[in-house]
Design a protein around this ligand. Structure first.
Ligand code: FES
Length: 121
């Protein structure tokens, strides 16, 4: 079994000092980006891919949260998502979820804990 410690996402300090971070990954053999952020003190990661029209959440502006800071927001058409579950709250895609990526924190570093994930550069 692959060792999760070989897939560092970022340090906890980097995350705490950023609104969000992105990482290029291969997930299930597809090159995609991951978004990583902290919400209510906990780290979360998702594949950066809005199911509405297949765009990254930050495709139109350098932000992944709405103005309230309570919801993830796709900058293409403004669909919003629960940051803890990735569930879309907007009518067209209501209930569909962003692909979550498990994280594991060890000694101040967050690692992707996904079997079918490989870091790109
Ligand atoms: S592509 Fe994300 S809301 Fe339309």
């Amino acid at each position: 079994m692959a060792n999760d410690n070989t897939k560092p996402a970022c340090t906890r300090d980097e995350l705490d000092q950023s609104r969000y971070l992105t990482r290029k990954i291969l997930f299930k053999k597809q090159p995609v980006s991951a978004i990583i952020f902290a919400f209510d003190g906990d780290p979360y990661a998702y594949v950066n891919h809005c199911m509405h029209m297949n765009r990254p959440l930050d495709c139109e502006q350098d932000a992944i949260f709405d103005e309230t800071g309570l919801y993830l927001r796709c900058s293409m058409h403004g669909f919003i998502f629960d940051p803890k579950t990735g569930e879309c709250q907007s009518p067209v895609c209501f209930g569909q979820r962003l692909q979550s990526l498990r994280l594991k924190e060890i000694d101040g570093t967050l690692y992707f804990a996904e079997k079918h994930l490989t870091l790109i550069d």
